[in-house]
Write a protein that binds this ligand. Structure first.
Ligand code: CU
Length: 195
């Protein structure tokens, strides 16, 4: 049998629900002082009293976030950590950082999406294929197959079969072997990139 293996790669970008994380400014502390959020989330600093502000500690013209000069009374300051922001952001109160009034926001970025050029399909036998990742990506990939080429534009749905689930746990190469195949097959790799 003359096999046809066509590999399609889809990256599912689900709708990620952005979350608002509240940091209370009370006394000489940010509470919680250290938080971890997902890229796209917002941090809301809430102050009810005292002369304080919020400034990302990098300082200078490239300061990522800054609530303005310290003021008394109440304020609410929101900052959305949208792409491409990621990593650890140190911040402080300009008045009281010497007394330890500092905090951090750690922003987790979603995993990079699968690049189709990093994935190849190799027929190793009549009934088995190896999918080969030259992968700078990590994450979980679901591999679906179908014998019906007319379904190629609508994967995965009715007529598609889950052939394998692959966890690529580290940057580098990864392969997976799918056996017990029959007929001409199309393959599709699905990565869920929803943060
Ligand atoms: Cu302060």
């Amino acid at each position: 049998m003359n096999r046809v293996g066509i590999l399609l790669v889809l990256c599912l970008m689900g709708v990620s629900q952005a979350t608002v994380h509240t940091v209370n400014i009370s006394g000489l502390t940010f509470s919680p002082a250290n938080i971890t959020i997902q890229q796209g989330d917002t941090v809301r600093w809430v102050k009810t009293a005292g002369v304080h502000n919020v400034r990302e500690s990098g300082g200078g013209a490239d300061t990522v976030f800054y609530s303005g000069a310290p003021t008394g009374g109440a304020f609410t300051y929101n900052f959305a950590f949208n792409a491409p922001l990621s990593g650890v952001f140190n911040y402080r109160c300009d008045v009281h950082f010497g007394s330890g009034m500092v905090g951090t926001v750690t922003v987790n970025a979603p995993p990079p999406c699968l690049d189709p050029t990093d994935l190849t399909i190799i027929w190793e036998a009549e009934d088995q294929v190896r999918l080969y990742w030259q992968a700078p990506q990590v994450g979980h990939f679901d591999i679906y197959s179908t014998p019906d080429p007319t379904l190629a534009t609508t994967p995965p749905g009715p007529g598609w079969t889950l052939a394998a689930g692959v966890d690529v746990a580290a940057i580098g190469q990864a392969t997976t072997l799918i056996t017990g195949l029959s007929g001409e097959l199309l393959f599709v790799a699905i990565q869920d990139c929803t943060p």
